[in-house]
Write a new protein. Sequence first.
Length: 202
Amino acid sequence: MLEKINSLPFKQRIALYIFIPVMGILAFWHFYYAPLKKEIHKLESNLRQTQQKLNEFKLKKKRRKKLEMEIAEKQAQFIKLTNLLPREKEIPDLLTSISNLGNECQLNFVLFQPQKERIKDFYAEVPVQLKVTSEFLNVKKFLRKLANTPRIINVESIHFKKAKITEEKVLLDVDMQLVTYRCICEEAKDKKNNKKKKKKKK
């Protein structure tokens, strides 16, 4: 083989020496490197897609964990709030305690009238209309004590009317609209269950 190559003219030998390595390189590129590079690109693309899916999964997991924490926090707040709301059987005692606070603050009750409940989602508003006669400082003391009670009692409106001046004090006629609340969670559950039963019967 070498003798045949050596017997060729110089230019042909040079061309042959260049041709053989070039062909080897081309063969290596075509049969080995190009398919390998294509496979590498494919694997890199799959890796990027997998990494992207993994990042999306981690993000969703993080959001889910955050959402679960928020839900747990809201549930805790809800339980805490409902504990502040008396049940139906506790309302008379609550109204009595409001009346006792008024007496402690030397309020003269002209009217103490619970009104019709206003039903909301999981609670009911219990309005109470008050008409009292007393000194301003006594009324202020009463409102401060209401604010410090463990139950939620809001003053919806208050109106100071004509003053009665005596030798020792100035008495005010005061109209107040108080609102307290009671929990109706169990009642709401019972209503939902009754609706479900009625649907099933249909």
